[in-house]
Design a protein around this ligand. Structure first.
Ligand code: GH3
Ligand code: MG
Ligand code: MG
Ligand code: MG
Length: 301
């Protein structure tokens, strides 16, 4: 995975058209520039699509820049967008407040165009590196789907959400059948390719935004299904089982088939205080074990 090559997006917020014009001219050759002439317009634009960096005026009639900054920092979705204040307010107290609110930088007007360009460049670079690290920390390095860390985060969030809404939450545990024999027959590199294909297939079966397929470890995968009862979970598990065998990946060493297959365990509950997501996971794992014992290439819930 590499840093993105598309130009970064910069949102410039200033009530003075002349400032917007100068800053746009300074940045448009390197970035995709968007402009807002008020705080409320800035909030609307960012809601629609988050920029990589915001240049923010402080003195504006409808809502001052400090307040705009506070609102962006208060929300998880916009908290990580770097904000540079660009303002006529040059006192130490003003600058200290701006930085305390979470801005990454503070530039006093009248601005020097090369300085603005240099500081924007630095912060865009830092933002992109931060984004890349975040992405890498949540993805499994081999298969590219969610990793165990991301799974844990999502499971805890899904658990709380389901408890609030008193809705069912389901988990699937999937395990590739006779995979040791696959490695022994075709080699570890081929085994890795098989893992990638199975992971992509499991993720491809999921259609709803709240669903997540993750690599649990080795040749085991786990799936979170929000607002899904056991019948729905079994239905999806069966779709996954079929999708994997339909790949038709030859497995001459398999103890049960001529192609790569998976076995799945499903578990569902309506989360309650005192219960735990770990117990639900254990139940799915137990069902997986029972399905393995019952002959593999099947679903049990
Ligand atoms: P079962 O049907 O009971 O699940 O049998 P199995 O052979 O799939 O299960 P076992 O736990 O005995 O073997 C799992 C194998 O998965 C052994 C291990 O080398 C392999 N494996 C785990 N992670 C990776 C990986 O990242 N790449 C490759 N190629 N193999 C892996
Ligand atoms: Mg102003
Ligand atoms: Mg296993
Ligand atoms: Mg296995």
């Amino acid at each position: 995975m590499e840093l993105p090559t598309a130009p970064a997006t910069i949102l410039i917020v200033d009530d003075a058209p002349s400032n917007l014009a100068v800053l746009t001219e300074a940045l448009r050759s390197e970035y995709e520039v968007r402009i807002a002439s008020s705080g409320s317009q800035a909030l609307r634009l960012v809601e629609e699509s988050a920029p990589d960096l915001i240049l923010l005026d402080i003195l504006m009639p409808d809502m001052d820049g400090y307040e705009v900054c506070r609102r962006f920092k208060a929300r998880a979705a916009t908290r990580n967008i770097p904000i540079i204040f660009l303002t006529a307010k040059g006192d130490v107290a003003d600058e200290t407040l701006g930085l305390a609110l979470g801005a990454v930088d503070y530039i006093v007007k009248p601005v020097s165009v090369p300085i603005v360009q240099a500081r924007v460049r630095t912060h865009v670079e830092l933002k992109r590196r931060g984004d890349l690290l975040e992405t890498l920390s949540m993805r499994d390095g081999l298969t590219g789907i969610a990793n165990r860390r991301r799974f844990n985060d999502c499971l805890n969030r899904a658990w709380r959400q389901a408890m609030r809404g008193a809705t069912p939450l389901s988990l699937l545990m999937a395990d590739i059948d006779c995979f040791k024999a696959y490695n022994d027959t075709y080699g570890h590199m081929a085994g890795d390719e098989c893992l990638k294909a199975v992971a992509a297939t499991l993720a491809g079966v999921l259609k709803r935004p709240g669903d997540l397929a993750a690599r649990f470890g080795g040749e085991e995968f786990v799936v979170i299904l929000e607002e899904t009862d056991l019948a729905g979970a079994m239905h999806l598990a069966e779709a996954m089982r079929l999708a994997v065998s339909d790949l038709g990946l030859t497995h001459d060493g398999s103890c049960i088939s001529k192609v790569v297959t998976i076995t799945l365990g499903a578990a569902c509950c309506v989360p309650k205080a005192g219960g735990s997501a770990e117990n639900l996971l254990c139940l799915a794992d137990r069902k997986l074990y029972e399905a393995k014992m019952a002959g593999r290439n099947r679903v049990l819930g």
